[in-house]
Design a protein around this ligand. Structure first.
Ligand code: ATP
Length: 200
């Protein structure tokens, strides 16, 4: 069975942490394909700082590994991007793929509040990636056991992240500070050439 990962986010902008993470999960879960899906609008965020096209273009410039595909499906669908809608669409398009949905460890602890979370669990393997000690492995396992695993499979894996966030990149750009080394070179050039994130 083809193993297909789903990695969603705002990518506002994409940074080196995202790329390292994508490589790690492809290797760790032995994925045949990882679909990177920039959200039109995350249910957890109010707005994005640059256009949908800019976010999509930056992702296409940096996720160049042959296993990785950047999808515009959430941007084309419009509105708030609910994961369940994306999972339904992928299941329709790829009925025989095994789908692996990646979320952060902190996101696991409120996963039972995501729209139609039981349907998502029935349709995918949920992989929670623990990136820090804000929640312990015991807490994650116990939450998965008591609230989620009756609906489907949940795996918890550890990852030591490259410590950077899109918020930090936006703040640095607004202050005119360098983002060199924090963002892949192709995305850095795109940002600087377009003057993105200067006045937000
Ligand atoms: P913001 O600072 O705007 O909240 P962000 O840096 O967390 O953004 P998102 O686009 O929201 O970026 O991230 C999408 C997903 O990428 C997150 O759910 C998280 O799992 C993962 N992620 C974010 N930053 C890192 C990082 N430094 N290392 C590994 N994974 C990351």
């Amino acid at each position: 069975m083809k193993r297909t990962g789903i990695f969603g986010g705002s990518f506002d902008p994409v940074h080196s942490g995202h790329v390292r993470y994508a490589n790690f999960i492809c290797d760790k879960l032995d994925l045949d394909e990882l679909i990177i899906i920039p959200a039109k609008l995350s249910p957890f965020k109010k707005t994005n700082s640059v256009s949908d096209n800019d976010r999509l273009n930056m992702c296409r410039l940096v996720f160049t590994d042959k296993r990785m595909t950047v999808s515009d499906t959430e941007i084309r669908r419009g509105g708030v991007s609910y994961t369940v809608d994306t999972v339904r669409e992928l299941k329709r398009q790829r009925p025989t793929d095994g789908l692996y949905l990646f979320v952060g460890g902190d996101q696991l602890m409120s996963f039972d509040r995501w729209r139609c979370f039981d349907e998502i669990l029935a349709s995918t393997v949920l992989v929670a990636v623990k990136r820090d000690d804000s929640v312990s492995r015991e807490e994650l396992e116990s939450f998965a056991d008591s609230r989620l695993r009756r609906y489907g499979k949940v795996e918890i894996i550890d990852f030591i992240p490259f410590d950077v966030s899109s918020t930090e990149i936006r703040e640095r750009l607004e202050k005119g500070l360098s983002i060199s080394g924090l963002v892949p070179e192709e995305a850095e050039k795109y940002i600087l050439r377009g003057g993105l994130y200067r006045d937000i």
